[in-house]
Design a protein around this ligand. Structure first.
Ligand code: PLP
Length: 315
């Protein structure tokens, strides 16, 4: 087998749920003339399942992720041919079929090839797949403890009327991929993007928070993906840690002088940032608030906090 056809080992032996059936990964293929492959109109989710208390496993905020998938598709005018309940069951069954205790879950909705490749198509086939794989700390285990080095990308986040930011759409991730590539090639770990007016927006796959003078701030939802981790940490910060959280515009230099900076996302969880644009944040180490928040977050996802069991769907 040549390099071109070599499959990622994380995926190769897995089962995928595709259009209502469980398939071997190698058989879960998409047509080369899929409209979504060419023009990027599709939507996806990123979800995590954690090993939970009771020895079982629990998916974190599964209902909210499935709701967001339907919202994304509603914005894109793609009708998902399954009910939310069917999608939730597909995710739960797929984890069991693969025998995973902990995994990352990637549902994706895309358009097939039935209606050809015109930009405008009618009566198209909507395809749905879910895959799962083992994925540890997205930015590395060390990053969670010691913090990362971030850089503001030269690529601006798209204007609110360019793409639809409330939709987790496949095509718009070109912006994230370019930004991430740029900063990783320059020796940094993660890219933070500014909006077209120059205010802080979000990272390539995470929401951004700062902590300064006892107050936590994060950019408002008008400019960022409505992160489910963002929503979760706001609740934890306010209800369990007693902080005031302001959802308002942040400038680039506010990042530089913040006491703490951290990122949140399903993949990156709660990741402290120790340095941005070659400037130390605070004392240049993972911040106390971020680490305490991270500890609380990990306890919640593992079912160790009764109050937040409502966020868990046991498999
Ligand atoms: C651009 C972007 N912002 C924010 C997030 C964080 O969202 P969530 O916490 O729902 O994973 C993600 C990841 O899904 C993302 O890709």
């Amino acid at each position: 087998m040549g390099n071109m056809t070599k499959r990622n080992e994380l995926f190769a032996r897995s089962k995928v749920w595709m259009d209502g059936k469980f398939l071997d990964y190698k058989d879960a293929n998409i047509p080369v003339n899929s409209h979504s492959l060419h023009y990027g109109l599709g939507a996806f989710e990123g979800i995590r399942c954690y090993r939970a208390d009771s020895g079982g496993s629990a998916v974190f905020r599964l209902d909210e992720h499935i709701d967001r998938l339907y919202n994304s598709c509603h914005i894109l005018q793609i009708h998902i041919p399954y009910t939310k309940k069917e999608m939730i069951n597909a995710v739960k069954e797929l984890i069991k079929v693969n025998g995973f205790k902990e995994c990352y879950i990637r549902p994706i909705v895309f358009i097939g090839d039935r209606s050809g490749l015109g930009i405008f198509i009618k009566d198209y086939d909507v395809r749905v797949a879910v895959s799962v794989w083992k994925w540890g700390a997205y930015l590395g285990k060390e990053a969670l403890k010691t913090g990362i080095k971030a850089k503001v990308s030269s690529y601006a986040r798209f204007h609110v009327n360019t793409f639809m930011g409330m939709s987790k759409s496949t095509g718009q991730y070109i912006n994230s991929v370019l930004a991430k590539k740029e900063v990783v090639n320059a020796g940094y770990d993660e890219a933070i993007m500014l909006d077209t007016s120059g205010f802080v927006c979000e990272a390539s796959g995470e929401n951004v928070f700062i902590y300064s003078g006892g107050i936590v701030k994060t950019p408002p939802l008008s400019s960022v993906l409505p992160g489910i981790t963002r929503d979760s940490v706001i609740k934890i910060l306010v209800d369990d840690m007693g902080f005031q959280v302001k959802e308002e515009r942040i400038t680039r230099d506010e990042l530089y002088i913040a006491d703490e900076l951290f990122l949140t996302g399903t993949a990156a969880e709660v990741t402290p940032v120790r340095e941005i644009d070659d400037r130390k944040i605070g004392i240049g180490k993972a911040g106390k608030v971020a680490l305490e928040l991270q500890d609380k977050f990990f306890k919640i996802v593992k079912g160790e906090n009764k109050k937040y069991k409502k966020w868990l769907t046991y498999v």
